[in-house]
Design a binder for this molecule. Structure first.
Ligand SMILES: [Zn+2]
Length: 190
């Protein structure tokens, strides 16, 4: 299963493929918030008494959740957490290049409502897609979970799990190398 921060590479790809000039921050956040439910499953023993990270997934890992609850969570984070986060980060790392991605300053994004929502949906969908090959339990049609979309028969084979994670990690590094100003000396990433 790709580690949560690695999911941002899927969000970036989805946003690029859609050709949309939406909000990267919304898409990045949405691609990670989908996993917020996993610790809740662990804490409250949802989905059975034995905690199994491969099965500890519900509404946020579903289409229904991506279009509703996940987008709402992203909006709440954007509204209430991100301004404070940017202020804190800017105090620590004032150089602008740390905030540049694909040629724009992420702190200055001001998407209108529709673009924001669609970006959050794109980020959430990308999470579901990236999860498909590495889980046998994908409650995409939650609450209908009778057929949890086990696409790849060997999805939980440890070797495959590691290989898939490394592949996503390589794409993640490639994305940062190419587009992140913090990596490009002088902040010329475009
Ligand atoms: Zn996930």
């Amino acid at each position: 299963m790709p580690a949560t921060p690695l999911h941002t590479v899927g969000a970036w790809a989805f946003l690029r493929l859609s050709g949309a000039r939406g909000s990267l921050v919304a898409a990045f956040l949405a691609s990670m918030t989908v996993d917020l439910e996993v610790p809740f499953y662990a804490l409250y023993g949802l989905g059975g008494s034995d905690f199994d990270p491969y099965r500890a997934r519900g509404i946020l890992h579903s289409l229904l959740g991506v279009f509703t609850l996940n987008a709402l969570v992203v909006w709440a984070l954007w509204r209430h957490l991100m301004p404070a986060f940017w202020r804190w980060a800017t105090r620590r790392w004032p150089e602008e290049r740390w905030y540049r991605f694909a040629g724009a300053d992420l702190r200055k994004e001001a998407p209108e409502g529709r673009a924001f929502y669609l970006s959050a949906v794109a980020g959430g969908l990308s999470h579901l897609v990236l999860d498909l090959p590495s889980h046998s339990y994908n409650p995409v049609l939650w609450p209908h979970t009778a057929d949890p979309l086990a696409l790849v028969p060997f999805s939980e084979d440890p070797l495959w799990d590691v290989a898939y994670m490394l592949l996503v990690f390589a794409l993640f590094l490639w994305m940062l190398r190419r587009h992140w100003g913090g990596w490009a000396r002088g902040g010329v990433a475009a």
